[in-house]
Structure formats: structure tokens, C-alpha cells
Design a protein around this ligand. Structure first.
Ligand code: FE2
Ligand code: FE2
Length: 315
């Protein structure tokens, strides 16, 4: 088993399926004690490169064929929101790159744009090479995935991201808009939805020891996302240090988008029943998302009540 410091070592993508996702997530939490600078995050990106072409889905394909039809449907549904989500964040990031007020921020965000494109290609390959879902153009395969997204995911990923990117494109000098945008993109989409969803999938597949190449790619995605989230935390902390009034913008954005993220992570009622009958926590992902947001707000320097998020049932 690997015992390397993931922030310092570039573990090859083909080995990453053996690493627990908690290692990457704990590394991110530790990084928040001393928040890396934008340049340090850029250097971390240089060390943590990976290629979707190094992944061989041959065993994943066998595992996929072994699933029952209803399990296959659950699997497609779980991956569809990620695939669409990665395409949405790739499309939305351009205006952020123009809007940030500092060159070091801009340099980091250009690396993030490449990452999001890579993540989209990774999920596209999973759909084509493992699930054999291929509607020709990437856009057409993506259109099919939208039927699997719940209302929360549609609101946050499809409606809100494109709306704010368009508003930022029209007014790249509106700092309040940029702050709202970073709350939506880095704290809500990546920090709450992305990391929580990836953790749940990775824990499950690792426990069952299935889908090695999908796990490896998802670990690569998670490692990239943890850098992106650290950028967002750093940015919001810096903005708040400049002007305490930005706290109101951050809180308003969280109450606007946060509930949709928790809804996106909540399984449908029939799945909740199944998980409960198996003595598993159906609200594992939204619980993780809420807790992880609380930790990040502490680092940003904001003490706000999360009452605007729906209360999750006790275990
Ligand atoms: Fe991504
Ligand atoms: Fe990301």
C-alpha cells in the first residue's frame, strides 16, 4: 500500500487505484492549516500530471458486464452527473480567467482549465470504452446523460454555472460577481458536490475491489479537484482580508447555491430505502459536503450559521 505524501509525490496514475481517497482529502485538509500560495498550487499541478491515455479499461469492462441491469443503471446514473458536471465547469471557467485581479491567480486558473478538459475526456472515455454509450459527438453523448441528473444537479451545474459565466463575461471587472462565482464554482460545485460524490464512489468501488482504471482516473480527478478547491479557499480568504464586507456576498451565494448541491448529492427515495435496509447511511455524501464546507469557511475566516442548508436526518 502506498504511504507517500501526495502533495509532494507524483504517484503514477496507474498506481492511484491502490490509494485511499481519504489520503487525498486529508492532505487537502492539512494544506488548509497553511494555505498554499497560488504559485505553490501551480507547482503542485506541475508535479501531479496524468494522462487519460495511460488508463486501460479492460478489467473495468469485465466488471461492468458482470453487473445486473439495475446495477448498470445505477452506475450510469452515478457517472452521468460527473460527466456533465466536468463539461459544465470546462465551459464556465473562461470568464473567471479574465476576471481575476491578479496574474498569479490567472496562471493557476489556466492549469485548472486544462484539468477540467482532461476530466471531461476521462468521463467521455468511461462512457465509450466501459459503458459503450457513444452517440457520436461528445455533445450528443452528454445530452443523453442529462436525463440522469436530479433537480439540484440541474440547477447548480446546468443553470447556475452557465448563468454566472455569462454575467462575468459581460462584466469581468465586477469583483462581487467574481466572488459569487468562486463560491459557486470552487466551494459548492467542486468542494461540496465534486469531492463528496467522488469520495462516495471511490470508497464503494475500492471496498468491492472493482473498476481499477475508473478508480485510478477518479483519484486523478480528486487530486486535481483538491488543488482547485484550495485555490477557491485561498482566493476567498484573500478577498475577505481585503474587505470584510465581502462576507455578505459569500453568505448570499452559499445560501443561493448550497441547498441545490445537497439535493444533487441526495439519492432518490427508492435508493434511500435500499441503503437503509442495508444499514448504510443514505446521506453520506451530503453529510460529508456539509462538514467539508464548515471546515473551509473556518479557514476562509467566516463564522456563519449553515441554517440555510437543509437539515439531514440523524443516523
Ligand atoms: Fe474537474
Ligand atoms: Fe475542478
Amino acid at each position: 500500500m502506498m504511504s507517500l505524501d501526495l502533495s509532494e509525490e507524483n504517484i503514477p496514475i496507474t498506481e492511484l487505484h491502490n490509494v485511499s481517497v481519504d489520503k487525498v482529502l486529508n492532505q487537502m485538509d492539512q494544506s488548509m492549516v497553511y494555505l498554499p500560495s497560488y504559485r505553490e498550487l501551480y507547482y503542485r499541478w506541475e508535479r501531479q500530471q496524468w494522462s487519460t491515455q495511460d488508463l486501460d479499461f479492460i478489467y473495468d469492462r469485465v466488471h461492468w458486464e458482470d453487473l445486473l441491469p439495475e446495477e448498470q443503471n445505477d452506475f450510469i446514473a452515478a457517472l452521468a452527473t460527473f460527466y456533465q458536471g466536468e463539461a459544465c465547469v470546462t465551459d464556465a471557467l473562461g470568464p473567471y480567467i479574465l476576471a481575476v485581479p491578479d496574474e498569479e491567480m490567472r496562471i493557476f486558473l489556466t492549469t485548472q482549465l486544462v484539468d477540467e478538459a482532461r476530466h471531461t475526456v476521462f468521463f467521455d472515455r468511461v462512457f465509450k470504452d466501459v459503458l459503450e454509450i457513444d452517440h457520436g459527438r461528445l455533445e450528443d453523448t452528454l445530452a443523453m446523460t442529462r436525463q440522469y441528473m436530479n433537480k439540484g444537479a440541474q440547477f447548480v451545474l446546468l443553470d447556475s454555472l452557465s448563468d454566472i459565466a455569462e454575467r462575468m463575461r459581460k462584466d469581468p471587472h465586477d469583483l462581487k460577481l467574481l466572488i459569487e462565482g468562486v463560491v459557486l464554482y470552487h466551494l459548492v460545485v467542486e468542494g461540496m458536490m465534486g469531492l463528496a460524490g467522488q469520495k462516495t464512489l471511490l470508497d464503494q468501488y475500492r471496498l468491492e475491489n472493482i473498476f481499477p482504471a475508473i478508480r485510478a482516473g477518479l483519484m486523478g480527478v480528486t487530486r486535481d479537484e483538491s488543488r482547485h478547491v484550495l485555490f477557491g479557499v485561498r482566493f476567498l480568504r484573500d478577498m475577505l482580508a481585503q474587505d470584510a464586507n465581502h462576507a455578505r456576498v459569500i453568505e448570499a451565494a452559499l445560501s443561493k447555491y448550497g441547498p441545490g448541491a445537497l439535493e444533487a448529492l441526495t439519492p432518490p427515495q427508492e435508493r434511500i430505502e435500499i441503503l437503509r435496509s442495508q444499514n448504510e447511511d443514505p446521506w453520506k455524501s451530503p453529510r460529508y459536503a456539509r462538514e467539508s464546507l464548515r471546515k473551509k469557511l473556518k479557514v476562509i475566516g467566516l463564522n456563519i450559521d449553515l441554517a440555510f442548508l437543509p437539515t439531514l436526518p440523524a443516523l
